[in-house]
Design a binder for this molecule. Structure first.
Ligand SMILES: [Zn+2]
Ligand SMILES: [Zn+2]
Length: 347
Protein backbone atom coordinates (compact mmCIF):
# COMPACT_ATOMS: atom_id res chain seq x y z
CA UNK A 1 0.00 0.00 0.00
CA UNK A 2 1.00 3.64 -0.37
CA UNK A 3 2.04 5.60 2.73
CA UNK A 4 3.53 9.04 3.34
CA UNK A 5 6.37 8.53 5.76
CA UNK A 6 8.83 10.53 7.80
CA UNK A 7 12.20 8.96 6.96
CA UNK A 8 14.43 11.58 8.55
CA UNK A 9 13.72 14.48 10.93
CA UNK A 10 13.62 17.82 9.17
CA UNK A 11 13.05 16.27 5.74
CA UNK A 12 9.83 16.29 3.67
CA UNK A 13 7.54 13.24 3.98
CA UNK A 14 8.26 10.63 1.31
CA UNK A 15 5.88 8.32 -0.53
CA UNK A 16 6.68 4.68 0.23
CA UNK A 17 5.24 1.28 -0.65
CA UNK A 18 4.62 -0.70 2.56
CA UNK A 19 2.86 -3.96 3.42
CA UNK A 20 -0.83 -3.85 4.38
CA UNK A 21 -0.78 -4.57 8.15
CA UNK A 22 -2.60 -7.62 9.54
CA UNK A 23 -4.98 -7.17 12.48
CA UNK A 24 -4.04 -9.23 15.55
CA UNK A 25 -6.31 -10.39 18.38
CA UNK A 26 -8.73 -7.63 19.35
CA UNK A 27 -7.64 -5.38 16.49
CA UNK A 28 -9.25 -4.15 13.29
CA UNK A 29 -7.86 -3.23 9.87
CA UNK A 30 -9.32 0.09 8.67
CA UNK A 31 -9.39 1.24 5.05
CA UNK A 32 -8.62 4.93 5.45
CA UNK A 33 -10.91 7.41 3.71
CA UNK A 34 -9.74 10.68 5.29
CA UNK A 35 -6.76 11.88 7.34
CA UNK A 36 -6.40 15.43 8.63
CA UNK A 37 -3.08 17.25 8.39
CA UNK A 38 -2.51 18.87 11.78
CA UNK A 39 -0.16 21.52 13.07
CA UNK A 40 1.35 18.78 15.30
CA UNK A 41 2.42 16.88 12.17
CA UNK A 42 4.55 19.88 11.16
CA UNK A 43 6.16 19.75 14.62
CA UNK A 44 6.87 16.02 14.28
CA UNK A 45 8.36 16.49 10.82
CA UNK A 46 10.61 19.27 12.07
CA UNK A 47 11.62 17.37 15.22
CA UNK A 48 10.10 19.84 17.72
CA UNK A 49 8.33 16.99 19.46
CA UNK A 50 9.95 13.53 19.77
CA UNK A 51 8.38 10.73 17.72
CA UNK A 52 8.78 6.95 17.75
CA UNK A 53 11.49 5.34 15.66
CA UNK A 54 11.72 6.19 11.96
CA UNK A 55 10.56 5.52 9.32
CA UNK A 56 7.10 6.49 10.60
CA UNK A 57 3.80 7.10 8.84
CA UNK A 58 2.33 10.34 10.24
CA UNK A 59 -1.40 11.14 10.60
CA UNK A 60 -3.43 10.99 13.82
CA UNK A 61 -6.78 12.39 12.60
CA UNK A 62 -8.14 9.36 10.81
CA UNK A 63 -11.47 7.97 9.61
CA UNK A 64 -12.47 5.20 7.24
CA UNK A 65 -14.24 1.86 6.99
CA UNK A 66 -13.50 -1.37 8.83
CA UNK A 67 -11.88 -3.71 6.29
CA UNK A 68 -11.08 -6.78 8.40
CA UNK A 69 -11.64 -7.97 11.95
CA UNK A 70 -8.95 -9.56 14.10
CA UNK A 71 -9.75 -12.54 16.31
CA UNK A 72 -12.28 -11.93 19.07
CA UNK A 73 -13.67 -8.63 17.76
CA UNK A 74 -17.46 -8.59 18.07
CA UNK A 75 -18.13 -4.87 18.54
CA UNK A 76 -17.74 -3.94 14.85
CA UNK A 77 -18.78 -5.24 11.44
CA UNK A 78 -16.71 -5.08 8.25
CA UNK A 79 -17.74 -1.97 6.31
CA UNK A 80 -18.61 0.06 9.43
CA UNK A 81 -17.77 3.76 9.20
CA UNK A 82 -15.33 4.60 12.00
CA UNK A 83 -13.09 7.39 13.25
CA UNK A 84 -10.03 6.54 15.31
CA UNK A 85 -9.17 7.56 18.86
CA UNK A 86 -5.47 8.21 18.37
CA UNK A 87 -4.42 7.12 21.87
CA UNK A 88 -3.59 3.42 22.09
CA UNK A 89 -3.24 2.53 25.76
CA UNK A 90 -2.81 -0.48 28.06
CA UNK A 91 -6.35 -0.36 29.46
CA UNK A 92 -5.32 -1.62 32.89
CA UNK A 93 -3.03 0.93 34.60
CA UNK A 94 -4.15 3.43 37.24
CA UNK A 95 -4.70 6.18 34.63
CA UNK A 96 -6.58 3.98 32.14
CA UNK A 97 -8.77 2.76 35.03
CA UNK A 98 -9.75 6.28 36.01
CA UNK A 99 -10.51 7.46 32.47
CA UNK A 100 -7.34 9.53 32.03
CA UNK A 101 -5.81 7.41 29.30
CA UNK A 102 -3.62 10.25 28.06
CA UNK A 103 -1.33 9.61 31.05
CA UNK A 104 -0.99 5.84 30.47
CA UNK A 105 2.74 5.07 30.75
CA UNK A 106 2.35 2.48 27.95
CA UNK A 107 0.34 4.93 25.81
CA UNK A 108 1.22 5.31 22.15
CA UNK A 109 -0.24 7.85 19.76
CA UNK A 110 -0.96 6.79 16.20
CA UNK A 111 0.95 8.91 13.70
CA UNK A 112 3.53 9.81 16.36
CA UNK A 113 4.67 6.68 18.19
CA UNK A 114 3.25 4.10 15.76
CA UNK A 115 2.21 4.24 12.12
CA UNK A 116 -0.66 6.62 11.41
CA UNK A 117 -3.20 7.57 8.79
CA UNK A 118 -1.29 9.07 5.86
CA UNK A 119 -1.67 5.64 4.25
CA UNK A 120 -4.26 3.38 2.64
CA UNK A 121 -4.75 1.11 5.68
CA UNK A 122 -4.11 1.11 9.42
CA UNK A 123 -4.47 -1.45 12.23
CA UNK A 124 -5.78 -0.29 15.64
CA UNK A 125 -7.32 -1.97 18.70
CA UNK A 126 -11.08 -2.37 18.12
CA UNK A 127 -11.90 -0.05 21.05
CA UNK A 128 -10.09 2.78 19.26
CA UNK A 129 -12.52 2.59 16.31
CA UNK A 130 -15.52 4.80 17.14
CA UNK A 131 -18.69 4.41 15.06
CA UNK A 132 -19.45 7.48 12.91
CA UNK A 133 -23.14 8.33 12.35
CA UNK A 134 -24.17 8.27 8.66
CA UNK A 135 -24.91 12.01 8.73
CA UNK A 136 -21.30 12.88 9.56
CA UNK A 137 -18.81 13.06 6.67
CA UNK A 138 -15.67 11.02 7.36
CA UNK A 139 -13.34 13.99 6.72
CA UNK A 140 -15.12 15.98 9.44
CA UNK A 141 -15.07 12.95 11.77
CA UNK A 142 -11.30 12.63 11.24
CA UNK A 143 -10.64 16.24 12.29
CA UNK A 144 -12.91 15.90 15.29
CA UNK A 145 -10.65 13.21 16.76
CA UNK A 146 -7.99 15.86 17.45
CA UNK A 147 -9.00 19.52 17.38
CA UNK A 148 -12.58 19.15 18.62
CA UNK A 149 -11.76 16.56 21.24
CA UNK A 150 -8.97 18.72 22.69
CA UNK A 151 -11.20 21.81 22.68
CA UNK A 152 -14.02 19.96 24.41
CA UNK A 153 -11.64 18.60 27.04
CA UNK A 154 -10.32 22.15 27.63
CA UNK A 155 -13.84 23.50 28.15
CA UNK A 156 -14.59 20.62 30.50
CA UNK A 157 -11.37 21.20 32.45
CA UNK A 158 -12.38 24.86 32.71
CA UNK A 159 -15.83 23.79 34.01
CA UNK A 160 -17.67 26.09 31.61
CA UNK A 161 -21.14 26.80 33.03
CA UNK A 162 -24.31 28.15 31.38
CA UNK A 163 -24.09 31.82 30.46
CA UNK A 164 -20.39 32.23 31.20
CA UNK A 165 -18.20 34.32 28.91
CA UNK A 166 -15.36 32.66 27.01
CA UNK A 167 -12.26 34.14 25.37
CA UNK A 168 -10.62 31.89 22.77
CA UNK A 169 -7.01 32.89 22.02
CA UNK A 170 -6.25 31.47 18.58
CA UNK A 171 -8.98 30.94 15.97
CA UNK A 172 -7.29 28.13 14.02
CA UNK A 173 -8.44 24.51 13.87
CA UNK A 174 -8.78 24.15 17.64
CA UNK A 175 -10.38 27.57 18.02
CA UNK A 176 -13.09 26.91 15.43
CA UNK A 177 -14.15 23.85 17.40
CA UNK A 178 -13.82 25.66 20.73
CA UNK A 179 -16.14 28.47 19.59
CA UNK A 180 -18.84 26.06 18.44
CA UNK A 181 -18.50 23.79 21.48
CA UNK A 182 -18.65 26.72 23.91
CA UNK A 183 -21.97 27.71 22.32
CA UNK A 184 -23.27 24.11 22.39
CA UNK A 185 -22.40 23.97 26.11
CA UNK A 186 -24.44 27.13 26.75
CA UNK A 187 -21.75 29.81 26.98
CA UNK A 188 -22.68 33.47 27.04
CA UNK A 189 -20.59 35.72 24.79
CA UNK A 190 -17.65 34.02 23.06
CA UNK A 191 -14.71 36.17 21.95
CA UNK A 192 -12.12 35.04 19.39
CA UNK A 193 -8.69 36.67 19.46
CA UNK A 194 -6.40 36.22 16.45
CA UNK A 195 -4.12 38.15 14.11
CA UNK A 196 -5.46 36.69 10.86
CA UNK A 197 -8.37 38.45 9.14
CA UNK A 198 -9.61 35.32 7.35
CA UNK A 199 -9.69 33.25 10.54
CA UNK A 200 -11.45 36.05 12.40
CA UNK A 201 -14.08 36.23 9.68
CA UNK A 202 -14.77 32.50 10.03
CA UNK A 203 -14.89 32.88 13.83
CA UNK A 204 -17.50 35.61 13.45
CA UNK A 205 -19.58 33.38 11.12
CA UNK A 206 -19.56 30.80 13.90
CA UNK A 207 -20.97 33.32 16.36
CA UNK A 208 -17.87 34.68 18.10
CA UNK A 209 -17.05 38.35 18.62
CA UNK A 210 -13.83 38.77 16.58
CA UNK A 211 -10.91 40.66 18.16
CA UNK A 212 -8.00 41.49 15.86
CA UNK A 213 -4.88 41.62 18.01
CA UNK A 214 -2.94 43.44 15.27
CA UNK A 215 -5.23 46.45 15.65
CA UNK A 216 -5.83 46.71 19.37
CA UNK A 217 -4.80 45.46 22.79
CA UNK A 218 -7.11 42.43 23.22
CA UNK A 219 -7.17 42.94 27.00
CA UNK A 220 -8.61 46.44 26.64
CA UNK A 221 -11.25 45.23 24.19
CA UNK A 222 -12.22 42.23 26.36
CA UNK A 223 -12.51 44.46 29.43
CA UNK A 224 -14.63 46.90 27.45
CA UNK A 225 -16.97 44.12 26.25
CA UNK A 226 -17.37 42.73 29.79
CA UNK A 227 -17.85 46.08 31.60
CA UNK A 228 -14.37 45.67 33.15
CA UNK A 229 -15.40 42.38 34.77
CA UNK A 230 -13.16 40.08 32.72
CA UNK A 231 -14.08 36.68 31.27
CA UNK A 232 -15.05 33.52 33.12
CA UNK A 233 -13.11 31.13 30.89
CA UNK A 234 -10.04 31.83 28.73
CA UNK A 235 -8.62 29.17 26.40
CA UNK A 236 -5.06 29.59 25.13
CA UNK A 237 -4.78 27.50 21.96
CA UNK A 238 -1.74 29.10 20.32
CA UNK A 239 1.22 28.14 22.49
CA UNK A 240 2.76 31.57 23.09
CA UNK A 241 3.88 32.80 26.50
CA UNK A 242 2.46 36.23 25.71
CA UNK A 243 -1.08 35.02 24.95
CA UNK A 244 -0.95 32.67 27.97
CA UNK A 245 -0.23 35.72 30.11
CA UNK A 246 -3.15 37.57 28.50
CA UNK A 247 -5.45 34.58 29.14
CA UNK A 248 -4.61 34.85 32.85
CA UNK A 249 -4.79 38.65 33.00
CA UNK A 250 -8.25 38.78 31.42
CA UNK A 251 -9.91 36.50 34.00
CA UNK A 252 -12.86 37.63 36.09
CA UNK A 253 -13.30 36.69 39.77
CA UNK A 254 -13.36 32.87 39.88
CA UNK A 255 -12.18 32.79 36.26
CA UNK A 256 -10.33 29.79 34.79
CA UNK A 257 -7.57 29.93 32.18
CA UNK A 258 -7.10 26.61 30.35
CA UNK A 259 -3.73 26.35 28.59
CA UNK A 260 -3.71 24.06 25.56
CA UNK A 261 -1.02 25.50 23.25
CA UNK A 262 2.47 24.09 23.68
CA UNK A 263 5.52 26.19 24.46
CA UNK A 264 8.65 25.66 26.54
CA UNK A 265 8.69 29.42 27.31
CA UNK A 266 7.84 30.84 30.75
CA UNK A 267 5.43 33.71 31.39
CA UNK A 268 5.16 36.00 34.43
CA UNK A 269 2.18 35.83 36.78
CA UNK A 270 1.48 38.38 39.51
CA UNK A 271 0.04 36.00 42.10
CA UNK A 272 -1.79 38.51 44.29
CA UNK A 273 -3.52 40.59 41.59
CA UNK A 274 -4.03 37.91 39.00
CA UNK A 275 -4.79 34.78 41.04
CA UNK A 276 -5.33 35.16 44.81
CA UNK A 277 -7.36 38.31 44.72
CA UNK A 278 -9.75 36.79 42.17
CA UNK A 279 -9.51 33.15 43.24
CA UNK A 280 -8.63 32.55 39.60
CA UNK A 281 -7.18 29.28 38.30
CA UNK A 282 -4.66 28.26 35.65
CA UNK A 283 -5.30 24.76 34.29
CA UNK A 284 -3.21 22.54 32.05
CA UNK A 285 -4.94 20.55 29.31
CA UNK A 286 -3.57 17.43 27.65
CA UNK A 287 -5.30 15.54 24.83
CA UNK A 288 -8.85 14.33 25.41
CA UNK A 289 -11.03 11.74 27.11
CA UNK A 290 -12.25 8.72 25.14
CA UNK A 291 -15.76 9.41 26.43
CA UNK A 292 -15.78 12.79 24.61
CA UNK A 293 -15.51 11.29 21.14
CA UNK A 294 -19.03 9.82 20.70
CA UNK A 295 -20.51 13.08 22.10
CA UNK A 296 -18.69 15.09 19.46
CA UNK A 297 -19.90 12.80 16.67
CA UNK A 298 -23.49 13.12 17.95
CA UNK A 299 -23.26 16.94 17.86
CA UNK A 300 -21.86 16.72 14.34
CA UNK A 301 -24.78 14.46 13.33
CA UNK A 302 -27.31 17.08 14.47
CA UNK A 303 -25.37 19.84 12.68
CA UNK A 304 -24.56 21.72 15.89
CA UNK A 305 -20.87 21.08 15.27
CA UNK A 306 -20.20 22.04 11.66
CA UNK A 307 -16.90 21.54 9.89
CA UNK A 308 -17.83 23.01 6.53
CA UNK A 309 -16.25 26.41 7.34
CA UNK A 310 -13.11 24.73 8.69
CA UNK A 311 -12.07 22.32 5.91
CA UNK A 312 -10.44 24.45 3.26
CA UNK A 313 -8.67 21.90 1.14
CA UNK A 314 -8.92 18.25 0.24
CA UNK A 315 -5.82 16.66 -1.30
CA UNK A 316 -4.96 13.14 -2.53
CA UNK A 317 -2.46 10.84 -0.78
CA UNK A 318 0.51 12.49 -2.51
CA UNK A 319 3.74 13.55 -0.79
CA UNK A 320 4.18 16.94 -2.51
CA UNK A 321 0.68 18.10 -1.62
CA UNK A 322 0.97 16.91 1.98
CA UNK A 323 4.37 18.57 2.41
CA UNK A 324 3.02 21.82 0.99
CA UNK A 325 0.18 21.74 3.54
CA UNK A 326 2.70 21.07 6.33
CA UNK A 327 4.87 23.95 5.09
CA UNK A 328 1.86 26.29 5.29
CA UNK A 329 1.08 25.17 8.83
CA UNK A 330 4.72 25.61 9.82
CA UNK A 331 4.75 29.19 8.55
CA UNK A 332 1.38 29.86 10.26
CA UNK A 333 -0.40 30.34 6.94
CA UNK A 334 -4.01 31.39 7.05
CA UNK A 335 -5.49 28.29 5.38
CA UNK A 336 -7.59 26.48 7.95
CA UNK A 337 -7.49 22.69 7.56
CA UNK A 338 -6.29 20.33 4.86
CA UNK A 339 -7.53 16.75 4.74
CA UNK A 340 -6.07 13.89 2.70
CA UNK A 341 -9.08 12.28 1.07
CA UNK A 342 -8.47 9.01 -0.73
CA UNK A 343 -11.92 8.43 -2.15
CA UNK A 344 -14.32 11.36 -2.36
CA UNK A 345 -17.28 8.95 -2.74
CA UNK A 346 -16.42 7.37 0.62
CA UNK A 347 -16.28 10.51 2.77
ZN1 LIG B 1 -4.10 16.91 15.35
ZN1 LIG C 1 -2.75 2.42 30.84
Amino acid sequence: MQALRLLEIGQPLAAAETAVPTPGDGEVLVHIAAAGICHSDAHYRRGDSPTGSLPLTLGHEVAGRVAELGKGVTSLEPGARVALDYLVTCGSCEFCARGARQFCPQGKMIGKHRDGGFAEFIVVPAENAIAVPDAVPLDAAALMMCSSSTSLHALERARLAQGESVAVFGAGGLGMSAIQLARILGAGPVFAIDIDAERLQTAEQLGAVPIDATRCDPLDVLMHHTDSRGVDVALELIGLAHTMQQAVQVLAVHGRAALVGITPAAFPVRPYDELLNKEAEILGVSDHLASDLPRLLDWAATGELDFSPVIRQRIPLVADAANAALDRLQSHGSGLRTVIVQDTEEV
